[in-house]
Every structure is written in structure tokens, then in C-alpha cells.
Design a protein around this ligand. Sequence first.
Ligand SMILES: *[C@@H]1O[C@H](CO)[C@@H](O)[C@H](O)[C@H]1NC(C)=O
Ligand SMILES: *[C@@H]1O[C@H](CO)[C@@H](O)[C@H](O)[C@H]1NC(C)=O
Ligand SMILES: *[C@@H]1O[C@H](CO)[C@@H](O)[C@H](O)[C@H]1NC(C)=O
Length: 387
Amino acid sequence: MLMFVISLATFVCASTARPSENYLENRFASENKSQEVRSAAIKRLLEVFGMDDPPAIHGHKQPPQYMLDLYNTVADVDGVTKDPYLLEGNTVRSFFDKLRSEQVEFSFNLSTVARTEKILTAELHLFKLRPHGSFSRHHFCQVSVYQLLESSITNNTQMKKLLSSRLIPVHSNGWEVFTVTQAVRSWMMDEGNNLGLHVVVRTLGGSQIDMKLIRFASERSHHQSKQPMLVLFTDDGRHSAPLESKDPSDTTASSTLLQLLMSGPSSRSTRSLDYSEEEGVSMPCQRQPLYVDFEEIGWSDWIVSPRGYNAYHCKGSCPFPLGQNMRPTNHATVQSIINALKLIKGIETPCCVPDKLFSINLLYFDDDENVVLKQYNDMVAGSCGCH
Ligand SMILES: *[C@@H]1O[C@H](CO)[C@@H](O)[C@H](O)[C@H]1NC(C)=O
Ligand SMILES: *[C@@H]1O[C@H](CO)[C@@H](O)[C@H](O)[C@H]1NC(C)=O
Ligand SMILES: *[C@@H]1O[C@H](CO)[C@@H](O)[C@H](O)[C@H]1NC(C)=O
């Protein structure tokens, strides 16, 4: 990802260093060619977001409120991470129950979780309903969540393993969260282990309680916003995943991507900057807006939030002498001196590039229409410097 941003930045640096007319001519030489490059660019951008193909979305589902709230807690309106220490990993996945049973049994299909993803925490979220009218002499009940295991062949009993157990007020109403990390880890090791979860409610004395008294919302008979849900907090290990250049056309793809993004709402300011450059006024290295519009790229059907984000880009010259406001590295300072003294031929001025990068968050539907929150590092230029 870092390499991706830098390759964009390198393009900017190169294009300010020499005339870009040739590039533009080539770009419009063949409409078909540019379509090819455009799709290569978009494919490349998908790789930045860790995907091979855009998820196929069939209908419009409402994302779980929990995921929307979580997104708004970790990200600002632009998707930029508010506090990088709020989430332990970089991915949160939500799953709806596939069993849709009237019993308190649940099953979740985790096929979209990559084998390499590290399971940090898994939670079963159940919405507890108020008891049906009847008066109860019980104030508390014991709610236990079990992992269903292979039934024993010899005596045909359903084996189960206790995952989590807690006292809950009988008359309460709202979300109850149970930790089921152990079960999910075992399911990730062997899919065949995934026989689902079973919830048992008992009195404090240990006897089974009437399930009319303690009820949890189910997908069949209650509103979508109260559906049972599994929430996984994971880490995919891609912290600053470098994108290896796979073929030489990659640089064209990156620069087309930049053109594509630049043709968005910020195009006017970009054009006026080019104009001032034509007059020979070269502005010093600084951060400029670069809005990445997901709707324009054609991704708005699977991305819930944000609609786009400001990636910013670094533009301008790094001439001698480099002031501290240019945030030069020592290396850049020496290079600008060599350039100014013309001691050695072919030494350019340093490049104006991002020197601080922030992460963004994406809330999206995956291939199985589960809602996923993912954090991507190094996506927004926080500041620019001469390097
Ligand atoms: C360009 O693409 C169109 C269809 O998209 C095709 O009909 C046409 O032959 C192509 N032109 C060239 C030069 O490949
Ligand atoms: C889980 O979902 C995937 C993709 O939708 C599907 O191919 C697979 O058969 C499902 N597994 C189970 C056990 O239902
Ligand atoms: C059934 O078999 C399992 C071992 O396979 C054993 O742990 C369990 O106690 C048995 N249950 C009964 C009721 O015999």
C-alpha cells in the first residue's frame, strides 16, 4: 500500500519535472487502449483494498446497526481512523445466522474468512426480548452458550462444550454478548467442526426454564435489526502490504488511476494549479486535495461507507535551499545542494512526497453479503515533504 501511494507520488514528481503533453497525447491515442488501462487501474485499486474482484451484490440489505455504530466510532466522516488503538486488529466481520431455527441454535457460515486471518475475539450477539406477560418468581436466569460437537456414535448423545455462561435479569431487554472465541478458532482449523452454537437457559437452581419466559429474537419472527449475529474481530496481517509490481504496464495503470481520481470534484483546483505552472510560477511542495470517489469508480453498490475519501497528494517543487517547512530529510538537503551546485549531471531536485500517512476504514458487503469493517494503512497523505 505504501508503494502504491509512493508510486502515485512519484508520478506527480515526474510530471512536474518534465512536460506532460506526450503523456496526454498517448493517453488519448486509442480509446480502446485507455479502456483497458482504466480497468487495469481499477483492478489495481481493488488489490490495494485486498480483493481480486469486486463483491457481487444481489439485493440491498440493511447493514447491522452494530457495524454502523462501530464504523462511526472508529472512523470520521471521511473514513479516516480517529484513534488507531481503538481496534486491536484491522478487520471486524459480522455474520447472520444461517440456521434460522426457532430453537436457540445458531449456525454461521465463515467461508469468507481467509485461512490466514488471525481470530482475536468472536462474539455471539443475541437480542433478549421482554418476557411474555406471565409473572415470574425468578429475577435472574443463567444463560449458557455451548459449542455443538460431533454426536457420539456409540450412545447417540449430542456432545457440547461450554463456551460462556452468565446471569441475566429475567425482565431485561436488549443485546446480550457472549464470547465464543474458542469455538470459532476450532471452526477455522477444521470447517467440519462447525456444527453451530446452542444456548441453554436455566434457573439459578439449575433446572430448565420455560423458553416463553426467556426469549431471544430470531430471524424468522423478529425485525432484521434484532437478528442473532456473530461478530469476529480479526487481523489479516496486511499492515503495510507492499504491492509488488507484476508487470511493466503497472506504472501506466497507476498514472491512469491518478488521472481518473483527479477528474473528480477536485478537478477545478487541479486545473488552476496547472495554469499557474504554465505561467512559470512553481509552488513549493505542499499537500493538495485528491478525492477518491467510490461512486465514480463504480463501487458504491458494495461499499456502505464512506462514499469516498480525500487521499490528498503531494505537489510542488523542492528547490534549493530547502526550508524546515519542506520537512526535508538530510538526504534531500544534500541532493538539493548537489543539484543547485550542478556538481554532478542528471541530479534532479528532491521529490515532494507524503511523509506521514493515515489509515482509512471501509464498511462493505463481502461476497456472502456479510458486512465487514476493514482498516487500510497508509491511505491518506497526512503531510508532504521533500525527500
Ligand atoms: C474498439 O472496441 C470496439 C468495441 O468495444 C470494437 O468494435 C473496435 O473494433 C475496437 N477497435 C480497435 C482498434 O480495436
Ligand atoms: C458457505 O457459503 C459458501 C459461499 O456462499 C458456500 O459455497 C458453502 O457451501 C456454504 N457452506 C455451508 C456449510 O453452507
Ligand atoms: C456418551 O459417550 C461419550 C464418549 O463418547 C461419553 O463421554 C458420555 O458420557 C456418554 N454418555 C452417556 C449418556 O453414556
